[in-house]
Design a protein around this ligand. Sequence first.
Ligand SMILES: *Cc1c(COP(=O)(O)O)cnc(C)c1O
Ligand SMILES: [Zn+2]
Length: 436
Amino acid sequence: MAGSSLPDRPGSWQVCAGCDRELPSSAADARCPDCGGLLEVRHRPPVQDGAKLRELFLSRRGRTGRLDASGVWKYRELVLPEAGADDVVTHPEGNTPLLSRASVSRFAGVESLHLKHEGHNPTGSFKDRGMTVGMTQARRVGARAVACASTGNTSASLAAYAANAGLPALVFVPSGQVALGKLAQTLAYGAKTLLVRGDFDECFALVRQASEKLNVYLLNSVNPFRIEGQKTIVFEALEQLLFDPPDWIALPAGNLGNTSAFGKALKEARELGLIPRLPRLACIQAAGANPFARAFREGFVRPHRVKAETVATAIKIGDPASLDRGIAAVRLTHGVVTDVTDEEILEAKAVVDASGVGCEPASAASVAGVRKLAAQGVIRQGDRVVAVLTGHILKDPGLLLDYHREREPAPARANRPIEIEPTLSAVEAVLSRQSP
Ligand SMILES: *Cc1c(COP(=O)(O)O)cnc(C)c1O
Ligand SMILES: [Zn+2]
């Protein structure tokens, strides 16, 4: 491993957030070897100014080259400029739609509401945007295997990208707490899957110890290269709005990797002159897994840790790993953090689903949060809002069936199936009873 001086500084390097030690971008350390702090990737700024960069990115639309076709690598100047087309492990990913649906806007109480649907990624969540960069980095450092702890989507994504890269994958997930679609994907893509009798926070502690012992490359959300990839959710949404930034960007917040990525993306976009002003971040937690919201309400004077409990398993995290970066992102953007109950999440999800868009439970937290903040007057009627839907509706089919078919008493928005005899008269009887 290279020392702390980097005489011939390449396009990218890593910096410790704790002690400012610099490491080459090729270092495989999961944390700072001196102080254990989180690492961050820095790049030499691109030669183009903001206007030229905007033009460059817009000119890549519709191009089919290996890098340009990816919604992550089309922003390579801001992601990992030194990776060559041959290094890159890509599906491709990104290029997700920015949707608007009148019924969802009405429900949220915001006229201009766009839904950035990250469920359209290859494995059905935004995790693919970080994983393409993380897996590329795993190959660059010569990793012989990769590992993560996960509430499900990271493991599905890691498994798929490891298969693409030809690397063995090891995942740690909390036993009995992973949504069915995510577990099925992880197994099918071929990762060695350990069902840990513990919660996510215990899985995370375990994978960190194991990766050090076994010399396996760690691809959790604290991995700084994953953060670089996840920044492109923001770049792409800004580009879709022709770089006229919205007033708010709302996202569900769990381990705060994505919140960190959004903060870094916005900081860079502003510094590079891609956008003239910063949108505010609205970070939404589940009320039963709300350490970040609790800390925000106290002005971030101390960290909180809770025993997490929520139907939104992707954000069921009691002790967020990227807390400091999450705080920095909220401070930078004059953002807010709030929390919503499981009832509010399920109601928002039912509205998003019934609009034909659909999303997984954690994703609906962003819409539920926008509704709450709009009702409180924090988000104003005329504000332009982008809410990120982080995962696909089919990630959690068990919860869907419970909600619509089994839950007693039936929720107001439940759509009960009707079982009938195989006769036309039975169909007619149903339709005459239920005609609109
Ligand atoms: C991972 C994930 C989140 C939470 O992101 P963090 O980076 O952990 O805050 C939210 N929604 C979905 C669908 C996810 O997969
Ligand atoms: Zn350090």
